[in-house]
Design a binder for this molecule. Structure first.
Ligand SMILES: [Zn+2]
Length: 316
């Protein structure tokens, strides 16, 4: 198993050397333009926390990675104000998630030469969402998942691809730090592939695990579902609100043909919803997408906690 992981990471390392060779001239000019009137390390602006975590692991102290979104919003649906936009405009590098994440980006006037779409390498494997509805429960207002599924990083292998794009962007702009960046990437890649292996190990405990029907509370688990070939149906619930009578009816209809024993939530669900699900024979478990900074700990820790939670779902 270990060999398999290093083999996969090794292949990526080979790829990145190739990539690094061809994109150098693009970078160096913009570095000077961006950092000329600032002291301290170059600034990398990102649109979500996974990208911040990946970039910081790769760049270490050599770059300052900034996510201007407040802690209590979903960065996917957040709209930056003038000050945050100015921050992005002056950044040395802007890392985008791609997959139509952060829909404010195409409408803002940002320096294209300093923007990198970290999911461009798997653009042809992005998932289109069918039948999306605008929904809004609780205090956060309405939003829609129409178009393209964007929670790419929940597939650890896609997270590695995004990290590779970050590595390439950093080393083409600051080639003098290539060795440090590659070291950071190698360590990160190993951690991400260990998450992938952890999930494979859970699923391997029982041959029926992949076909086990599951519910998810929100349409954000598409890449995770596809990566492991899981049997998932999604509703549109918020963890901090009791679903409507109509939503419960819809779940009961779905449950008739999809006899799930688990609901996977993005965040801790309210007690009333947990109890009512239990009455239907459905247990609740939390698998956090971690799109924004966690209260404590970090990305890797949250993903490891997710695996721990899932070990109840995929017990042998
Ligand atoms: Zn939603």
């Amino acid at each position: 198993m270990t060999m398999n992981i290093s083999h996969r990471v090794g292949c990526l390392s080979g790829l990145l050397i190739l990539l690094a060779g061809c994109s150098q001239e693009d970078g160096s000019g913009s570095v000077q333009a961006g950092s000329r009137d600032r002291t301290g390390p170059p600034q990398v602006y990102v649109v979500n926390y996974p990208l911040q975590y990946f970039a910081q692991r790769i760049g270490g102290d050599l770059v300052k990675v900034v996510l201007p979104a407040p802690k209590d919003v979903d960065p996917a649906f957040w709209k930056p104000g003038a000050e945050a936009i100015a921050g992005y405009q002056q950044a040395d590098l802007i890392l985008l998630n791609g997959a139509r994440y952060a829909k404010w980006v195409p409408k803002a006037s940002l320096p294209r030469s300093r923007m990198v779409d970290t999911s461009a390498s798997f653009r042809d494997r992005l998932i289109k969402i069918q039948d999306a509805v605008t929904h809004g429960h609780g205090p956060k207002g309405k939003h829609s998942h129409a178009g393209t599924a964007f929670t790419t990083w929940l597939s650890p292998t896609l997270a590695v691809q995004q990290s590779l794009a970050i590595l390439e962007a950093l080393q083409s702009r600051w080639p003098q730090h290539r060795a440090e960046f590659q070291g950071g990437f190698a360590a990160l890649g190993k951690d991400l592939m260990a998450l992938d292996q952890g999930m494979e190990d859970l699923l391997a405990k029982n041959e029926k695990n992949k076909s086990k029907p599951l519910f998810v509370s929100h349409p954000v688990y598409q890449y995770w579902t596809r990566r492991y070939g899981l049997n998932v149906k999604s509703v549109h619930w918020e963890p901090d609100a009791m679903p409507s009578a109509e939503a419960w009816k819809e779940l009961e209809r779905m449950h008739a043909s999809h006899p799930a024993k688990w609901m996977i939530w993005e965040g801790s669900p309210i007690e009333a919803a947990v109890k009512r699900l239990e009455a239907m024979g459905i247990q609740s478990v939390v698998v956090r997408p971690c799109a924004n900074r966690p209260m404590t700990s970090d990305y890797l820790q949250v993903m490891r906690e997710n695996l721990g939670a899932l070990s109840r779902v995929f017990a042998n």
